[in-house]
Design a protein around this ligand. Structure first.
Ligand code: SF4
Length: 454
């Protein structure tokens, strides 16, 4: 009996390590979950530029299946993304019949280290896929926060560095496109025109990224981005007065996935707000910044111990992270500059600034990690930029977002900045609508008060 248990455990572990792994995905169909709509599609375009036929899966349609194969204790994004992959594979199998070849597909589920369960989603998804013999050979791959989402294990070495560059720029461009939408849509001359225009603009950008291939020609992408911002500006009715500005912080999946957050950005717009959500770039920059801090700590430790090997190793890693973060800041600045030439979108902030907002670690410490660090810093940055309200969007029971709420609520109350917690788990909450309307009333009062001469 004991031997049988050991064998089962070994095979279980073997599946988790060999079928949730990093390997060369060239030629396979990469299945990307839909998170931030612009971000997912431009990331897929980036993969296609490097010869990987990536597809963004239809989202939320399979939620019932995601719930059926989980216990209810998992984080909501884990259930949604599980539903997406199950729905995709079942539909694909039905469509292709005998021509369905499971090992032609690779499911892409990134992960993060630290105290959060995000590092376990892909393992849980593996266990569920293995319940279906026909999906056992669908491999799962990931990029990890431990090496700042380097792609060196999933693409050939000569391509991976270039891909990371393009992937990063594509993500920042997606952030800028989002910010163009949020700046223009609340003031559009003709209802619906912004969404229509931006869908076409997104397609143009996808094609441009794909066509850029491995050239590292970001000038073409920047010039298209500038042109999109220029054209989008014309959709604004200049007679419409500026609305209360609402900053969104929170868990990255929930705040960027419109289906999961029941389209909270549009809802706030419907009740008279102009929204700015925290970006995808913020998370990537935070991961690189955190790795730089870790390396610095290791260097100090090695120095104390006079560990020469450790000193050399951490110096090399420190330099790599430093170059990476400078590169990211440069690219981010360049991309935002394209839009800012024509439209006053909200610029993004360097992560070091968010750390400063934590008041010398009095409010929170970056060493604790998790998104709470940038969400707390981000909310205070919105306050510094005179926003009229802050909304914390997160999955019900999300640990970092709950910490965030506990820290921010009293601070923002004292500063008289309206604050709203918006947790989601897929159910419809009857009082959510009233909560948003009340919050918007408070935000409008703050705008009026700030406009009055002192
Ligand atoms: S951030 Fe929140 S939702 Fe994401 S894994 Fe952690 S606890 Fe779950």
């Amino acid at each position: 009996m004991m031997d049988k248990n050991i064998t089962q455990n070994n095979s279980f572990q073997e599946r988790l390590t060999s079928r949730v792994s990093q390997f060369d995905i060239s030629g396979k169909t990469l299945l990307i979950p839909d998170m931030a709509p612009f971000g997912s599609r431009l990331l897929a375009a980036g993969f296609k530029a490097f010869g990987v036929p990536a597809r963004v899966m239809e989202t939320y349609t399979g939620l019932e299946m995601g719930k059926e194969f989980t216990s209810g204790k998992e984080c909501f994004p884990c259930q949604v993304t599980l539903g997406d992959i199950l729905h995709f594979l079942h539909t694909e199998k039905e469509r292709l019949g005998d021509k369905f070849v499971p090992d032609q597909y690779v499911y892409f589920m990134p992960e993060a280290d630290g105290p959060c369960r995000f590092g376990m989603y892909n393992k849980l998804h593996r266990l569920v896929l293995d319940k279906f013999p026909e999906f056992e050979d669908v491999a799962i791959t990931y990029l990890s926060s431990t090496d700042s989402y380097q792609s060196s294990e999933i693409l050939p070495p000569e391509k991976s560095r270039l891909f990371r560059r393009l992937g990063y720029v594509a993500t920042i461009i997606a952030d800028v496109l989002d910010r163009i939408v949020w700046r223009v849509r609340p003031y559009e001359k003709i209802p619906g025109q912004t969404d229509e225009f931006m869908e076409k603009a997104l397609q143009e950008m996808e094609q441009a990224i794909e066509a850029s291939g491995e050239s590292r020609d970001f000038k073409t992408l920047y010039s298209l981005l500038s042109d999109i911002a220029f054209r989008a500006r014309d959709l604004i009715d200049p007679e419409k007065p500026r609305r209360p500005r609402i900053g969104i912080i929170g868990e990255i999946y929930l705040r960027t996935h419109p289906r999961s957050n029941q389209d909270i950005i549009r809802e706030i717009e419907t009740y008279g707000g102009e929204v700015v959500d925290a970006t995808l770039g913020e998370w990537i920059n935070f991961v690189t910044y955190s790795n730089l801090r870790t390396t610095r700590r290791k260097w100090n430790q090695a120095w104390k111990n006079m560990d020469i090997k450790g000193l050399m190793e951490s110096s090399r890693k420190w330099l790599d992270s430093k170059i990476e973060i400078q590169y990211q800041l440069l690219r981010q600045k360049q991309a935002y500059a394209q839009a800012l030439k024509h439209l006053d979108i909200q610029d993004d902030h360097p992560i070091g600034l968010l750390e400063k907002r934590l008041d010398n670690d009095r409010l929170f410490n970056f060493d604790i990690g998790t998104e709470a660090a940038i969400s707390i810093g981000g909310a205070l940055e919105y306050v510094h930029d005179d926003f009229h309200g802050v909304v914390n969007v997160f999955p019900f029971t999300c640990m970092p977002s709950t910490i965030c709420s506990a820290i921010l609520k009293p601070i923002l109350l004292e500063k008289k900045v309206p604050f709203l917690d918006a947790p989601y788990d897929g159910s419809i909450q009857p009082n959510r609508d009233i909560a948003i309307r009340t919050f918007m009333y408070q935000a409008r009062q703050r705008l009026i008060k700030n406009q009055k001469p002192a």
